[in-house]
Design a binder for this molecule. Structure first.
Ligand code: NAD
Ligand code: UDP
Length: 312
């Protein structure tokens, strides 16, 4: 195995911290860069005793200079509550963060992977979503700071590749869950589990008939690392997600069953522009990366519930 030096931006977040861990376990040197907006030192504190792990407080919107072989660009708040808190900053993080990491990759000839999202498809009119679908996004709605920021980031990646020959990879991540999700980030899996464990009402937004496809973190990261290591001329974008599709009512019922909670379901207003349905077509990931998810929702939920039991 070739030992690589790898930069993970947003490395103290939910996905980033698991990624740092996985890369260290594979024998690489990892530099974790984060401004701790939604991530926390707690997520990576157990890695600090590893001499091949380095933690740097830095904002990805500011230029950053380092010598590495690969960059995983994950810095960006991901939950609607967090990314809508300061929408201008969210756009800056996606766009200026992409420019800074691409500029760095160009200068040091590193390979760079962008954590894009199923949100580039917006409220999709085709189902399941394939990579060739251009999306249905409201440019001025409350989700646009995230959706459009991520779309511009993809544009930047593709053009640095075409114009400057930067080696790029774009992963479109569908809803991913697991241990170390922030208990207050407002995402549906963490909300439902925390509510169930505390015996509070389970908050279903709207009728709860909207669907999502939930991927367990270990599966997602396997896909992400395979993409980084994929053949040179495969740039993506590639969907990585679990095609199992569930309504929010079905998710709530599973969480109640697995926690044994007596919490009641209550309905709250559906947020503006909340996508009605979402499910990845993973044909491309299967073909190019030999990847498909292995952890069914119930199994992943059990592991996630065990984690939340230790913190709530
Ligand atoms: P997260 O909020 O836990 O992690 C994001 C990390 O980025 C945090 O540690 C945060 O402090 C850091 N960050 C935010 N702004 C920054 C800035 N300006 N400079 C430096 N660091 C900054 O979210 P996550 O779920 O781990 O998501 C990681 C990445 O994956 C994000 O780019 C997100 O858009 C993408 N993604 C995640 C999902 C999912 O379901 N988890 C789905 C699609 C895309
Ligand atoms: N949702 C819900 N109750 C909650 C939190 C979210 O019903 O307490 C719904 C939300 O309206 C959306 C889905 O769950 O339809 C997924 O929301 P999340 O914020 O996790 O991610 P999104 O895919 O919308 O970015």
């Amino acid at each position: 195995m070739i030992k690589k030096k790898i930069l993970v931006t947003g490395g103290a977040g939910f996905l980033g911290s698991h990624l740092c861990e996985k890369l260290l376990n594979q024998g690489h040197e990892v530099v974790c860069m984060d401004n701790y907006f939604t991530g926390q030192k707690q997520n990576v504190v157990h890695l600090l005793k590893n001499p091949y792990f380095e933690l740097i407080r830095h904002d990805v919107t500011m230029p950053f200079f380092i010598e590495v072989d690969e960059i995983f660009n994950l810095a960006c708040p991901a939950s609607p509550v967090h990314y809508q808190y300061n929408p201008i900053k969210t756009v800056k993080t996606s766009v200026m963060g992409a420019i800074n990491m691409l500029g760095l990759a160009k200068r040091i000839r590193a390979k760079v992977l962008q954590a894009s999202t199923s949100e580039v498809y917006g409220d999709p009119e085709i189902h399941p979503q394939t990579e060739s679908y251009w999306g249905h996004v409201n440019t001025i709605g409350p989700r646009s700071c995230y959706d459009e920021g991520k779309r511009v980031a993809e544009t930047l990646f593709v053009n640095y590749h075409k114009q400057n020959k930067v080696r790029i990879k774009i992963i479109r991540i569908f809803n991913t869950y697991g241990p170390r999700m922030h208990p207050n980030d407002g995402r549906v899996v963490s909300n439902f589990i925390v509510q169930a464990l505390k015996g509070e009402n389970i908050t279903i937004y709207g009728e709860g008939t909207q669907t999502r496809s939930f991927c367990y973190v270990d599966d997602l990261l396997e896909g992400m690392v395979r993409l980084m290591n994929s053949r040179e001329d495969f740039t993506g974008p590639v969907n990585i997600g679990n095609p199992g599709e569930f309504t929010m009512i079905e998710l709530a019922e599973k969480v109640l069953k697995l926690t044994g909670s007596k919490s009641k379901l209550i309905h709250m207003p559906l947020p503006t522009d909340d996508p009605l349905q979402r499910k990845p077509d993973i044909t491309l990931a299967k073909k190019e990366l030999g990847w498909e998810p292995t952890i069914p929702l119930e199994e992943g939920l059990k592991r996630t519930i065990e984690y939340f039991k230790t913190i709530v």
